[in-house]
Design a protein around this ligand. Structure first.
Ligand SMILES: Cc1cc2nc3c(=O)[nH]c(=O)nc-3n(C[C@H](O)[C@H](O)[C@H](O)COP(=O)(O)OP(=O)(O)OC[C@H]3O[C@@H](n4cnc5c(N)ncnc54)[C@H](O)[C@@H]3O)c2cc1C
Length: 446
């Protein structure tokens, strides 16, 4: 069954014939070209310091092939941008799921974070000169980028805490401060940082103190002084940088949208980006389920004389995983449809639901697959350990679960409490009235 024939019925009316054809092409490209090349990419990176200076040849070969197949920049939704491949969010969502089955497929098709979010920022908020200088080469896959918001010295899930100072001096801004978890900053092709800092720290409106500026990588005063590991994985050559800024000077023309507009920009940036991660994570969950099924049907490795698949508990793992991944996919596609029908702002609730639910679901499924493999599941012989480490970070990155849950819970409570309390009161009173009319005693209620 090809990918286009597996589209959930709820999403089918929103997927064009053109997108269905592309979806099948993406599946073939991912399963036949990218997944087998994942190991080649790792081998070409090699060991030690070399890992940070190498662009694996296989990546450039895959990019060439993807471009020829028309599998390029599918993430930029047609309703909101003219520079993309002309698909909606829900159409891209189905494609991104497939990309999530390979380590390298997203970059090979120029749909990789953080470039996707950064390209959206430049396309949406950049002026013509900024677009020409940075958006054009990013869209072409010639350079890469990083988004620098999180800081080591403050709790960055509350972005009003951000401290990096952006001070105007004549025709320049001067930047001082430090950032960490700057994903992508390790790549030698990373040429531009989108940096969020405070340009007006004393503004009474705490949401107007921040700005986003464009900072070319490698300027004097920038020091990428270490790369951070994720559960021991370095994610080279992409990496997660800890970077300091000491009197870094940029022209005032590098301000995006205007001073004090930083919050507006990060909110615009994170909406679709959060959903892209969720979409790819569905693919990772499917991959874990495939590996689980492969292990429990491996005739060479029987326990107590039987293949693992003949044990009831294992069959139950498969069933539960199927239910959970199918349910999570519907939540993601629902959020994508909601964005398509309005914009990311009108779909905040649905985006948050997907952002919280999908990584938790995928982690449960990956954990079952690890368990089925025994010790092999935690080592480098399956993709499961790396998948788990990467997806575990999604419960923190782009805002921790607790922040999204607090916002979701507050909104649900605020929007529903009056109507719910009034409805239940009315139902109790109506019930009493009907009981009395029928000759019974009225019930006592809470
Ligand atoms: C792999 C990875 C890649 C990343 N890439 C980037 C990147 O490219 N650019 C970038 O700028 N950042 C990036 N980050 C950083 C990420 O966005 C932040 O780590 C995240 O926003 C949380 O900020 P913090 O680490 O400062 O945690 P803190 O703000 O210190 O929060 C710590 C914990 O407090 C709890 N908490 C917070 N708020 C509440 C609340 N309201 N109620 C209850 N509990 C709460 C949560 O459990 C949270 O995990 C990345 C992180 C990871 C792990």
């Amino acid at each position: 069954m090809s990918a286009s024939t597996r589209i959930p019925p709820i999403a089918q009316p929103f997927v064009s014939d053109r997108a269905k054809k592309t979806l099948d092409l993406v599946e073939e490209f991912v399963e036949k070209d990218c997944v087998p090349a994942d190991a080649v990419f790792s081998a070409e990176l090699g060991e030690g310091e070399k890992r940070w200076q190498t662009t694996p040849v296989v990546m450039e070969q895959l990019k060439e092939k993807a471009k020829k197949l028309g599998l390029w920049n599918m993430f930029l939704p047609k309703n909101h941008f003219k520079q993309g491949a002309g698909y909606s969010n829900v159409e891209y969502g189905l494609m991104a799921e497939l990309l999530g089955k390979s380590k390298i497929a997203s970059e090979a098709t120029n749909n990789a974070a953080p470039d996707t979010g950064n390209m959206e920022v430049l396309a949406k908020y950049g002026n013509d000169a900024q677009k020409q200088e940075w958006l054009v080469p990013l869209l072409d896959g010639k350079i890469r980028s990083a988004f620098l918001m999180t800081e080591p010295d403050v709790a960055s899930s509350d972005a009003t805490n951000i401290e990096l100072n952006i001070r105007r001096e004549g025709n320049e801004y001067v930047l001082n401060g430090s950032k960490w978890w700057s994903s992508g900053a390790g790549d030698p092709r990373c040429k531009i940082y989108l940096v969020m800092g405070k340009s007006d720290p004393n503004n009474k409106d705490t949401y107007r103190q921040q700005s986003v500026v464009l900072v070319p990588a490698g300027l004097p005063g920038i020091n990428v002084h270490r790369m951070l590991n994720v559960y021991g994985y370095d994610d080279a050559p992409h990496g997660h940088g800890h970077i300091t800024f000491t009197n870094v000077r940029i022209p005032v023309a590098n301000m995006v949208l205007g001073e004090g507009r930083g919050f507006e920009i990060i909110q615009g940036r994170l909406g679709p980006g959060r959903i892209h991660h969720a979409m790819r994570t569905i693919g990772a969950a499917e991959k874990a389920l495939e590996w689980l099924i492969a292990r429990v049907n491996d005739d060479r490795k029987k326990t107590f004389g039987q293949p693992l698949s003949s044990h009831g508990v294992i069959i139950e793992w498969i069933a539960k995983s199927r239910i959970e991944v199918d349910a999570a996919r519907l939540v993601v596609l629902n959020a994508a449809i909601k964005i398509d029908q309005g914009d990311a702002k009108s779909a905040l609730k649905e985006i948050a639901q997907a952002k919280v639910l999908v990584p938790q679901t995928a982690l449960t499924i990956i954990d079952r697959a690890v368990q089925a493999y025994g010790a092999a599941g935690v080592c480098q012989d399956t993709p499961l350990a790396y998948l788990w480490a990467g997806i575990r970070t999604l419960r923190i990155a782009d805002g921790p679960d607790e922040v999204h849950l607090a916002q979701l819970g507050r909104r649900e409570n605020r929007d529903r409490k009056d109507a719910v309390v009034a409805k239940l009161k009315w139902q109790r009173e109506e019930s009493d009235r009907l009981l009395l009319a029928a000759g019974f005693k009225a019930k006592s209620h809470l």
